[in-house]
Design a protein around this ligand. Structure first.
Ligand SMILES: [Zn+2]
Ligand SMILES: [Zn+2]
Length: 226
């Protein structure tokens, strides 16, 4: 069995609701934490932490002086805390966690994490896209957990003359992107669009379900995969 606990599901937006007040954090099997958007997530006593990228809503130590006593893997060094540069993969107990480069920010490096244990799960963090050369690593995924920042097609993508892009893809784009390889997609990191009328927002996302189950996460949501 694989147990996933969504500790925080709010994007970097002021909008909050009681079910979406905390920034990114995903706890796997009570031991492995992906993203540390809030210091309080340390109360769960994770044994290892993987950070998708050094933005404060995923890595609170950038903006708050905190102490972390377990290994933190991140895509790049941090001036604020000691991290280990994420290698190709890390084995932890019966899981292998592999890093896949994502396109998200002009200024920071970003990685998705492929978790292979009893199930195959991809946690992307924020993303515009993943380069084609990495797609073969996906295989068949039991679950994708990805970026719910924008509901509109296209999301919010910026670029320069050299063809570099950064920002966030929209939820409809990510559904299309992951549909061929995923049985189930959960959107977390919910942006401003979500908070006005949450049940209408859920309906909008659910309407994109075709051949794939789509859900929206909330703070404290537990997902048991069997
Ligand atoms: Zn973010
Ligand atoms: Zn970000």
């Amino acid at each position: 069995m694989t147990r996933l606990k969504f500790l925080g599901t709010r994007a970097n937006t002021d909008a909050t609701s009681p079910y979406h007040s905390k920034h990114s954090g995903l706890l796997l099997n009570e031991k492995i934490l992906f993203d540390l958007g809030e210091e309080e997530f340390l109360q769960h006593e994770p044994e290892v932490i993987f950070i998708t990228h050094l933005h404060p809503d995923h890595a609170v130590f950038i903006v708050e002086d905190i102490e972390v006593e377990v290994p933190i893997y991140a895509p790049e060094e941090s001036d604020d805390i000691e991290v280990r540069i994420m290698p190709d993969h890390v084995d932890f107990e019966t899981c292998t966690i592999s890093s896949i480069p994502t396109i998200h920010s002009k200024l920071v490096e970003s990685r998705a994490y492929l978790i292979e244990g009893d199930h195959r799960i991809l946690y992307t963090g924020d993303m515009v896209w993943i380069e084609k050369k990495y797609h073969s690593a996906f295989g068949e995924l039991d679950l994708v957990i990805t970026d719910g920042s924008f509901i509109r097609q296209g999301g919010r993508v910026m670029g320069d003359k050299q063809g570099n892009i950064w920002g966030h893809k929209g939820i409809p784009d990510l559904v299309e992107f992951f549909r061929p390889c995923a049985a189930h997609i959960v959107f977390t990191h919910l942006g401003k669009w979500f908070y006005g009328n949450a049940s209408e927002s859920r309906r909008k996302v659910k309407s994109l379900s075709r051949e794939v189950t789509i859900d929206l996460a909330y703070d404290g949501m537990v997902l048991d995969l069997r």
